[in-house]
Design a binder for this molecule. Structure first.
Ligand code: ACO
Ligand code: AKG
Ligand code: ZN
Length: 485
């Protein structure tokens, strides 16, 4: 397994670039996990591939927030990390105290502004764990999450938290089938709970559960009421994951015009919209986004921390890099994945097995010239490495040339094109590992050097490859016998 890509990429070559924009200093390296351990870096000028010259690359980031959009918080937001609250509601989750502390410390080291913990009213151990995490002295502020009920509030304020997140359902579904309370009762209780928490000198947030299926007038009215009594934040929750980006934008934008306090948003991912919705919420003026590591939570969970970071890094890379310890992301995801016994998904933004693997020949050529051609995220900013896979039938001679240079073999472009067709022919039967590709290149090179081979001599090459394989196989077979003797 590759330590930096979460997986095996034995038919790939690592390509590391120290400069996204320029084409000099390209470094084509061998994967640490590749079988024959060649770590040489041929400093081929990627610019010279195919004799093409690169044009100056535009440095303006088209994804950055527009200066004219004054409500946009895409480069001014805080993360409320809820792996230890929403994440505990994931079907597989059971976090013992030690694991909770490890996750809280990792999130703190990553730099999230808030860590939200399960209600201390949930169980005695939940209360003790909440107290223990509050005593760690982390830089992240510690919040706990309670029902809009004085019994829960009284327990919460005694734990040592920096703030309490209060929630109650406002949709007709929840008013009828969950708590059974009307808006008058909800408003009265919310005022009582908020005033009580505020009297303890800690932060308080009031959130409406199932906001997108609640009546807009009810929502704006209760948010306005709690804003007037000095709540720190109001929260919108897409509890069932039904909202789309336009709806999120409109609700947040409307709310921004009604309250002066901060606006948090909590977005479930049932229809796969959670990251897009979070982005739109920030565009509309939300200030705080709820996340969990790998998105774990009820059902399919909420906005994933890593995915949100990827999305916001694309928009405001310098801001995101300055705020968070990005290379820690992989470690945190692995920690949580292990704790809840799941794998990091192969298509996970940033840390997925193939997040920085390039395959098709057209992509490979351009990536070798300038990684910005096909990458919006710089793997090195996340402590990761990119790969160019070459041992497959979609490969091209430019990618093969990079490997030839890396192995310090001397072949002309025409010879490289010739050996590329050989690789493709073999890869039509099965994908070739990097070792296989290296063997093909070395056999071809030595055939050319010895004069036994010329361009286009397919049968001669096949014979040389067969002979090489026969020799190396008999050597491999005889080795254990020699060792035993
Ligand atoms: C959408 C979300 O994810 S919100 C957060 C969910 N988090 C949790 O549920 C935390 C873990 N939960 C628990 O440990 C338990 O459910 C507890 C301790 C909170 C409550 O347990 P119980 O008293 O046994 O009640 P139970 O879970 O069966 O039902 C929930 C109760 O809270 C009430 N309730 C539900 N939501 C709210 C709310 N937001 N505010 C106030 N009361 C609420 C319900 O009416 C019900 O009351 P009832 O006892 O009068 O019927
Ligand atoms: O407190 C909140 O804002 C959100 C609660 C929750 O988990 C949800 O509504 O899905
Ligand atoms: Zn939720």
């Amino acid at each position: 397994m590759c330590p930096s890509c979460n997986g095996d990429s034995s038919s790939a070559t690592h390509v590391e670039r120290s400069d996204m924009v320029g084409v000099e200093n390209s470094r084509i390296g061998r994967p640490a996990h590749a079988a024959n351990g060649i770590n040489g870096h041929a400093n081929g000028s990627a610019n010279s591939v195919n004799g093409s010259s690169s044009r100056p690359v535009q440095r303006i980031n088209p994804y950055a927030p527009r200066a004219s959009d004054f409500l946009n918080n895409v480069s001014n937001f805080k993360i409320i990390e809820s792996t230890l609250r929403e994440g505990e509601q994931f079907a597989n989750a059971f976090f013992d105290t030690k694991t909770k502390i490890a996750i809280a410390k990792a999130l703190d080291a990553f730099g999230v502004e808030y860590i939200e913990l399960t209600s201390p009213a949930a169980s005695e151990q939940s209360r003790l764990d909440c107290e223990a995490i509050c005593k760690l002295g982390l830089r992240s502020k510690i919040l706990t999450h309670i029902r809009c009920h004085m019994d829960d509030a009284r327990i919460a304020v005694e734990t040592g938290v920096d703030g309490v997140d209060v929630v109650i359902g406002t949709s007709s579904f929840l008013r009828e089938f969950s708590h059974g309370k009307d808006m008058t009762y909800i408003t009265k209780t919310a005022i009582e709970v908020i005033n009580f928490v505020k009297s303890k000198g800690i932060e308080v947030r009031f959130s409406t559960e199932d906001s997108f299926r609640s009546d807009l007038v009810d929502l704006l009215s209760i948010y306005q009421t709690v804003d007037k009594i000095g709540v720190n934040r109001v929260g919108i929750a897409d509890t069932v994951g039904c909202a789309n980006p336009r709806q999120v934008y409109e609700l947040v934008r409307t709310l921004r015009g009604v309250v002066a306090c901060d606006i948090e948003i909590h977005l479930h991912n049932d229809t796969g919209m959670a990251i897009a919705n979070a982005y739109c919420a920030l565009e509309a003026g939300a200030t705080h986004i709820d996340t969990s590591v790998l998105g774990i939570g009820e059902r399919v969970g909420i906005t994933p921390l890593g995915g949100l970071v990827a999305c916001l890094y694309a928009a405001a890379p310098e801001y995101v890099k300055a705020k968070y310890n990005l290379p820690m992301l992989r470690e945190i995801e692995n920690l949580v994945a292990e704790a809840v016994e799941v794998n990091v998904p192969f298509m996970n933004p940033i840390t997925g097995y193939c997040a920085f693997t390039h395959k098709a020949g057209i992509h490979a050529k351009a990536i070798l010239n300038n990684p910005s051609t096909y990458e919006i995220l710089k793997p090195e900013d996340f402590g990761l490495t990119r790969y160019v896979a070459i041992g497959h039938r979609l490969t091209g001679w430019n990618a093969v040339k990079s490997r030839v240079e890396q192995l310090a073999l001397t072949l002309t472009d025409d010879q490289i094109k010739d050996v590329t067709s050989k690789i493709k022919e073999l890869a039509d039967v099965r994908t070739q590992s990097l070792d296989d590709v290296d063997t093909i290149l070395r056999v071809y090179h030595s055939g050319i050097q010895s004069g036994e081979l010329a361009i286009g001599q397919k049968e001669a090459f096949d014979r040389l490859l067969r002979e090489h394989r026969a020799t190396s196989q008999s050597f491999e077979r005889s080795e254990p016998i020699a060792a035993a003797a």
